[in-house]
Design a protein around this ligand. Structure first.
Ligand code: FES
Length: 71
């Protein structure tokens, strides 16, 4: 599904960038995908996708830390 109409980015593009590059900020996601923010309407969706991807990675690699119990 396209989540950024300005840059034509899909949710899968964002997940791949987060998982491959371990991006920690929305601007890093844009940079990794070779674009930049324009209108900014997609920022919250990108943040949510990052949290989901990083939360899953944390839960898989961490046993019992504060962050893994928040997921
Ligand atoms: S929808 Fe992503 S920058 Fe406009």
């Amino acid at each position: 599904m396209i989540i950024c109409s300005c840059n034509v980015l899909s949710d899968q593009d964002v997940r791949s960038a987060v998982e491959a590059e371990r991006t920690r900020s929305i601007s890093q996601v844009y940079g990794c995908l070779g674009c930049g923010p324009k209108c900014g309407r997609c920022a919250l969706t990108i943040r949510r996708l990052m949290d989901e991807a990083l939360g899953g990675a944390c839960a898989a690699s961490c046993n019992g830390c504060a962050r893994s119990s928040q997921s």
